[in-house]
Design a protein around this ligand. Structure first.
Ligand SMILES: C[S@@+](CC[C@H](N)C(=O)[O-])C[C@H]1O[C@@H](n2cnc3c(N)ncnc32)[C@H](O)[C@@H]1O
Length: 199
């Protein structure tokens, strides 16, 4: 089953499934990361649009996702927001010119994009040279026991949701040529991390 089909199917239950994590961690992190942004922002893999309420009204946000059904849910969240536009697009092949955005954001996306390094190269390309890339993601832990568990369950999470829980996202960002400025561990030791980088 393709990633589009998996997320089209998941779109109906996605927000409900994430209620506990949204409540404990995600909403707090979204606010911290997004509420101070300005300029032109690309939200890659915007999903059902859970980031939408946190963007300031004065930034211009472009949200893209590969799943039309996830985007349909995001569209319902737009309400009065005139500064956000949504497009169906593949993160590995973005239809934007080089140096188009002040910020490129991913929240819990690089785990499901089939080729994350290709997407990170596109992120680097469309981000302005003085812009910033912000990735809030879960990834393979440096702790051996957690990493073992992640490797063990990865085939299952891929089969059910198309989600990889053992990606080396910091290494992937470096492979794509991004210059890492900061990596913050957010939760579950170092499973959830915030990565800030420059193109
Ligand atoms: C786990 S959801 C996260 C959604 C949202 N960013 C959030 O914070 O709730 C991952 C999203 O990435 C999207 N996605 C997966 N592969 C993609 C690709 N190649 N291009 C664009 N979006 C993709 C999925 O359709 C899904 O909406």
């Amino acid at each position: 089953m393709s990633i589009i089909s998996k997320y089209n199917r998941a779109s109906y239950v996605f927000d409900t499934m994430e209620i506990p994590m949204e409540h404990i961690w995600f909403s707090k992190w979204r606010k911290e990361i997004l509420s101070e942004l300005s300029g032109r922002v690309l939200d890659l893999g915007i999903g059902t649009g859970k980031n939408i309420p946190y963007y300031p009204d004065d930034c211009e946000v472009v949200g893209v996702d590969i799943s039309d059904k996830m985007l349909a849910h995001a569209n319902k969240r737009l309400k009065e927001k005139k500064n956000i536009s949504l497009y169906q697009m593949d993160a590995e092949n973005l239809g934007f010119k080089d140096d188009s955005f002040d910020y490129v954001i991913t929240t819990f996306v690089l785990c499901s994009i089939p080729n994350p390094v290709a997407a990170l190269k596109e992120i680097k390309r469309v981000c302005k040279p003085d812009g910033m890339v912000i990735n809030l993601e879960h990834m393979k832990s440096d702790n051996r026991i957690i990493a073992f568990i992640e490797d063990l369950f990865n085939p299952l999470t891929v089969a059910i949701m198309g989600v990889n829980i053992n990606r080396k996202t910091v290494e992937n960002a470096k492979k794509a040529g991004l210059n890492i400025l900061e990596v913050q561990n957010k939760a579950l030791l170092d499973v959830f991390r915030l990565i800030k980088s420059k193109p």
